[in-house]
Design a protein around this ligand. Structure first.
Ligand SMILES: [Zn+2]
Length: 153
């Protein structure tokens, strides 16, 4: 009998944790898109596709689709995601994720972050890069994103 109640308590505890996790992710409501397009000279020209909830690193995000797309079309230029309650700066997890993608694709990738404080773009050249802020980044109608690299001077 006592053992039975203990088991019920453990189950209840687990259910609470699951509920807390679910409401936390619903609250942050992070949205993510892949960016398809091109990067020529200092100009990034891309459009957002495949909106999902969750970051590029999360389970909800379809990383396999992105890998296949890059293999077939070579036009994945990065990711666009939101920080609904934070700064438009890459989190430690964003940096790890962008390094992994840039390393896997063997080319620079763009990380665009939208927050209530504005839009910012960061370029990740490889699996060691910390993210270099773009000089300009702007979102246009129909999910078109245009960015300009710093000229390095
Ligand atoms: Zn982020």
């Amino acid at each position: 009998m006592g053992e039975c109640r203990g088991e019920a308590r453990r189950l209840e505890g687990r259910r609470r944790i699951a509920l807390a996790k679910r409401s936390a992710s619903a609250e942050s409501c992070e949205e993510c898109w892949a960016l398809l397009g091109r990067h020529r000279g200092r100009i990034w020209y891309a459009r957002r596709v495949g909106r999902t909830l969750g970051q590029p690193a999360s389970v909800e995000f379809d990383g396999l689709w992105v890998l296949r797309r890059e293999e077939q079309r070579l036009d994945v230029v990065g990711f666009y995601h939101t920080h609904p309650g934070g700064q438009p700066r890459p989190s430690a997890r964003d940096v790890r994720t962008m390094r992994a993608w840039a390393g896997a694709f063997g080319k620079p990738l763009l990380c665009v972050i939208a927050s209530p404080q504005g839009l910012a773009g960061y370029r990740f050249d490889d699996d060691r890069c910390c993210g270099v802020a773009l000089a300009e980044i702007e979102l246009f109608p129909r999910g078109i994103v245009i960015g300009v690299d710093t000229d390095g001077r």
